[in-house]
Design a protein around this ligand. Structure first.
Ligand code: CU
Length: 141
């Protein structure tokens, strides 16, 4: 994990000119061998145009990250893969339990509380933001 943190320091700071602000990206501790995990965060759009998150990458940690929506039908929650998550102008969308979220598939290693890893958030207008995902203990939820 220390190596990942060092890599992060070398990433260019691409967020300065953007109207998009990513807040508190976090995931939860996972045992080695766990296939799936979630990432939650709040995405703020300070601009006057709608933006949409199109993909997220964290190749050091997992094979793929899907964008999911949670739907409740007859009291049963299920998840559906979507192509994008829209953030309207001058608003925030919270990715959280029971709502839109990011699903890590094929997690390659254990994730421990206090660790972090970099992820790249690609928006459909071509903007790409790097942001750190913090691993939290389940107990703090
Ligand atoms: Cu999901």
């Amino acid at each position: 994990m220390r190596r990942l943190v060092l890599l992060l320091l070398l990433l260019p700071f691409t967020a300065h000119a953007s109207d998009i602000v990513l807040h508190r990206a976090h995931s939860y501790e996972l045992k080695k061998g766990s296939e799936m995990g979630v990432i939650y965060l709040t995405i703020e759009n300070k601009g006057s145009k709608e933006v949409a998150l199109g993909s997220v990458l964290a190749n050091a940690i997992c094979h793929t990250i899907e964008l999911h929506m949670t739907e409740i039908n007859n009291g049963v929650a299920s998840m559906r893969k979507v192509d994008s998550i829209v953030i309207p102008p001058n608003s925030k969308v919270e990715l959280k339990s029971g709502g839109p979220h990011l699903m890590m598939i094929g997690v390659k290693q254990a994730l421990l509380p206090g660790d972090s890893f970099p992820a790249t958030f690609n928006f459909t207008d071509g903007q790409s933001l790097s942001h750190v995902v913090q691993i939290e203990s389940r107990d703090n939820d």
